[in-house]
Design a protein around this ligand. Structure first.
Ligand code: NDP
Length: 324
């Protein structure tokens, strides 16, 4: 092992061009930690919010919560992991690198049937889809769901899980190519954003949907509220188009005793049991062919800025991966 490894560093908040490739010392696994030789890195929207200062992080900053690879070294006090094990995480730090430190408590064993690039594509968006469907709102068979950005990373995974649950799935997408991908994933109805709330009313015979999963945020929020049935739930889980401004709670009353929740993955991985439940179900579904992670774009690690640009400009489908 050389002493140095390549990693992405941002010295200050800014656009995608603040992400530069650097040589950094290979980190050392401390107590309770694993040193991972990274095989593939999952790119997620949160890293764009961290990079541009929307979410506060300390600089200089190496982004990256999600990666898969093999264990290179094991810190003292770690049990259940050995050098050479195939692992992944959705809760790492500084994973845009050839080597990353991952606390053993948040490391996930990767089944042998799941390749490491897929293992880097699944944990964050897969466990997100899992908690959205099972916990933020528990979808029952036969319920009708509206899901925005149906051809995105979370969108394609959540659509497949919702169809396994026997829900009726309506998605929104921006292009014909994305519409096709969303249909292949199982969507029953695929809409464009323009006028989607009216189209949802029409499709549901005026009733509205039981739940909306909205990761687009600012541009869709009003239409999402308008798409709900009486006592329906809006799960606002992201802001790809921008963050939603403050909400007058009287709108929930006027809309029909509506519910709104604004969840995040960390609050649905509260203990080892919850993490193991979600990770095991996601990886097993992938290993047995019940869940397909689509890698829509792959960039070399040095081109992390281009990966962010692609994600933020709506140019991607499914998962974006960096290869060290
Ligand atoms: P996606 O792959 O879904 O990419 C975002 C998609 O949003 C785009 O492809 C685009 O699809 C759609 N979109 C609509 N409007 C815009 C816009 N103005 N700018 C950019 N994209 C737009 O990303 P992810 O699956 O990684 O994440 C989806 C959302 O989920 C994000 O908001 C993310 O922050 C959030 N998230 C939240 C988590 C949580 O626990 N709360 C965990 C993981 C992700 P189209 O072209 O079809 O409109």
């Amino acid at each position: 092992m050389s002493e140095q490894c390549r990693a992405i560093v941002a010295d200050a908040p800014g656009g995608p061009n603040v992400l530069r490739i650097a040589e950094l010392p290979i980190p050392v696994a401390g107590p309770g930690e694993l040193l991972i030789h990274v095989a593939a890195i999952g790119v997620n929207f949160i890293e764009t919010y961290q990079r541009d200062g929307t979410y506060k992080v300390p600089f200089p900053f190496t982004p990256g919560a999600e990666a898969a690879g093999t264990v290179e070294a094991v810190g003292v006090g770690v049990s259940g992991f050995a050098v050479g094990d195939r692992v992944a995480t959705a809760e790492g730090h500084g994973c845009y690198a050839e080597y990353a430190i991952v606390p053993a408590a948040v490391a996930l064993h990767v089944p042998s049937a799941v390749p490491l690039d897929i293992a880097a594509a699944l944990p964050l968006q897969g466990m997100t889809a899992h908690y959205l469907l099972n916990s933020a709102y528990h979808v029952e068979p036969g319920q009708t769901v509206l899901l925005h950005a149906g051809a995105g990373g979370v969108g394609l995974l959540l659509t497949q899980m919702l169809k396994e649950r026997e829900a009726r799935v309506i998605t929104t997408v921006s292009t014909d190519e994305k519409e096709e991908l969303s249909r292949v994933a199982g969507a029953d109805e695929v809409l464009r954003y323009d006028g989607f709330a009216d189209a949802v009313r029409e499709i549901t015979d005026g009733d509205g949907v039981d739940v909306v999963y909205d990761g687009v945020g600012k541009a869709t929020f009003d239409g999402s509220l308008a798409s709900l049935r009486t006592r329906g739930t809006l799960v606002l889980f992201g802001g790809a188009s921008g963050q939603v401004p403050p909400l007058d709670l009287q709108r929930l009353n006027a809309g029909g005793s509506l519910f709104v929740t604004r969840p995040k993955l960390g609050d649905y991985l509260l203990n080892p049991q919850e993490r193991t439940w979600r990770a095991t179900e996601v990886f097993q579904a992938a290993a047995t062919g019940h869940l397909t992670a689509r890698i829509g774009a792959t960039f070399p690690l040095a081109d992390a800025g281009a990966a962010h640009t692609a994600l933020q400009s709506r140019a991607t489908t499914g998962k974006v991966i960096l290869l060290p």
